[in-house]
Structures are given as C-alpha cells and as structure tokens.
Design a protein around this ligand. Structure first.
Ligand code: SF4
Length: 342
C-alpha cells in the first residue's frame, strides 16, 4: 500500500477552525507533530523553503492549506458529470503530464475545504433544480481526493450524503489505493469509484508518488467487493515500444482481479495522450529529465477553444489504439461498458 501522505507544513486560513472538519484536521495534524501556521490567504504564503522555482514547486506539493471554500457556484464537468463538487485542489502526485501543472501555477499547494455542510447544501440545490433528472457530481476535477482522505475524511462525507439522495450521484477518480476507510461507507450504489490505470511503463516512468499498478488493482477489487459501481480510466494512453502488449496485459490483470459478476458494473473511459504547447513548456521545466515524448512533429494538431490547440496522435495511431481497446475489453470483461475514447 502507498504510504499515507504526511505534509511537511500546514497552514490554516481564517474561519477554517470554525468548522468541525477543520478542527478534526487540526487535531490530526497536531498529533502528527507537524508545524501549523496561519495565513490570511494561500496567495500570501511566501516562506516556502527552496532556492529556486523548482524546489519551491516541490515543497508546495508537500504543503497543506486548510480553508473555507468561498465560491459555492460549482463548475460544470462535462461529459462525465453535471457538476464539479469542490472539496480540494492540488495533488501530492508528480505525474509528468498532469493537467494541474498548467492550471495551478507555480505553487500548487494541496488545499482542502472544510465547509462541507455548505458545499453539500449547494449540491442539494443543484439536485433539486434538475429533478426528476439525476445529477452527477465529480469530486476529482482539480485534485486526487483519495490521496488526502486520511487527513480530511471528506470523500466519506460526500459518499454517505449522496447515498441518501435519490437523485444525487458522486464520482471521482484516483491513482491511489488507501480505500479501506471507505469500504463500509453507506454508498447505496450512488458513488462510482474510478481508478486511473495504465501500462506498467507509463506508471513507472511518468507517475512518481502515486500507487503502483498492482496496488491500484488490489484496491479496485476491494471497492468492487464493497458493492461500489466501478470505473477504470485508462489515461493517458501512450505509444511506446511494446505498448500493445502492455495494454493487453493491463486489461488481463484487471479482468482476473475483479470478480466476474462485477463486470457489468464497470465503465471504461479511454483518453489518448495529448499536450498543448504551454503544457510542454511547463513539463520540460518541472521534469527536465522526463522521457515523455512531446515532439509536435509526430502528432496531429487539433484546434481547441481559446486558440490553444492540442497535439494528439495521428489518425492511424488513434485508430490502432481504438481497435485494441474496443476488441480487447469485450473479450476480457464481457458486459463492461466503454463510455468513450477521446
Ligand atoms: Fe495529477 Fe492525478 Fe497525478 Fe495527482 S495523481 S499529479 S491529479 S495526474
């Protein structure tokens, strides 16, 4: 199992200790003997150790900021959910291709929110507005909330809340395996627990500080046995020497670990590797030794919104990827649903 994350330093923002969740986090942090400081805002944290931007970046990822979520207007989260439910931002992982690199700036603290009652109240309003349709909330749009669940307990709160809502559903995705505290949560089948999995080569080379493939698969098995609907996001699907063999092996490993009668509750989401020019610049600065192939000349350019296009695989390679998964998934996991390939 992955070692639970212990931050190097923790900041509390104003009002955080007025909430029960904030006080609980405070007690845990105090018991761990970690330095606690106060800040008026995460934007004002100046004194992170480090002689250069890279060191400060790495230290920011080991810094926890506990705060109150002020904006209670949820972002949309198409296509897999109607709304993003905000419980945390930032992540302890160091995946070279992570999209948070470009969205969170130079100091990507791990921020957690403690006003969960207000956040859930807002979620209930959205559910009411969409009646009689079901409303789905994605909890992992800007972080990997399972990686900090041992400190916050927030996923469990959300899972149990949605378990009681006839028309509310929760979903999140993780690259971690600390699932034990959620196995007996009263989910009522309303939470889809998704694991981001990949070929061994990709995990070993590009996903430092996350759980190993075997650990994620063992966690997925536990989650399936606990009756949760399950999902696998295979992303980014990346072409390297031997990729077809390794992705087939991945699917076989999944199929032998998950009990057969759970296949029908499984959804797959398939996302090919892509990058933008700004992301490439950031990745090369933060992970200068990365083996990630970011050569634009080998890719196809796809126009995007706001004028920032992305580089995806050439059509012929996209077709090869699609063929592999569309053939292999029904073979090894009959009944599982492939939601999309993009
Ligand atoms: Fe980003 Fe997910 Fe990796 Fe965290 S685990 S760094 S959110 S890709």
């Amino acid at each position: 199992m992955v070692k639970p994350f212990i931050p190097d330093r923790v900041y509390f923002e104003p009002g955080a200790l007025e909430y029960e969740v904030g006080r609980e986090i405070y007690s845990k942090i105090q018991a761990m003997g970690i330095d606690i400081a106060y800040t008026t805002s995460h934007n004002r944290i100046m004194d992170l150790p480090g002689d250069n931007e890279l060191q400060k970046y790495r230290n920011a990822k080991r810094t926890l900021v506990v705060g109150v979520r002020k904006t209670l207007k949820f972002d949309t989260s198409k296509p897999s959910a109607e709304y993003a439910i905000p419980i945390s931002t930032g992540c302890i992982g160091h995946c070279h291709y992570c999209y948070l690199q470009t969205t969170l700036g130079a100091k990507p603290y791990v921020r957690v929110y403690v006003n969960i009652p207000e956040i859930l109240e807002q979620a209930d309003k959205y559910i009411d507005e969409r009646k009689p349709e079901i409303t789905r909330f994605e909890a992992a749009c800007t972080s990997d909330p399972l990686s900090i669940e041992h400190l916050t307990g927030n996923l469990r709160r959300l899972i149990e809340h949605m378990g009681k809502r006839e028309l509310g559903r929760l979903r999140f995705v993780t690259k971690y395996d600390l699932v034990d505290s959620l196995l007996d949560a009263k989910h009522n089948g309303h939470t889809r627990f998704r694991f981001s999995v990949n070929a061994d080569y990709v995990i070993k080379n590009f996903e430092p500080s996350t759980a190993k493939l075997e650990e994620r698969i063992a966690a997925a098995r536990k989650v399936a046995l606990a009756g949760y609907p399950l999902g696998f996001i295979i992303a980014p699907i990346y072409i390297f020497d031997g990729w077809q063999t390794q992705y087939r092996e991945l699917l076989e490993k999944l199929s032998t670990s998950i009990p057969k009668d759970h296949y029908k509750d499984i959804e797959f989401e398939l996302i090919q590797h892509r990058f933008t020019k700004p992301a490439k610049r950031v990745i090369e600065k933060r992970y200068p030794k990365t083996k990630l192939d970011l050569d634009e000349s080998k890719r196809k350019y796809k126009w995007g919104r706001y004028g920032i296009g992305k580089y995806v695989y050439q059509d012929i390679q996209q077709q090869q990827i699609k063929n592999l998964f569309m053939e292999a998934i029904p073979q090894v996991m009959p009944g599982a649903e492939i939601q999309y390939f993009t």
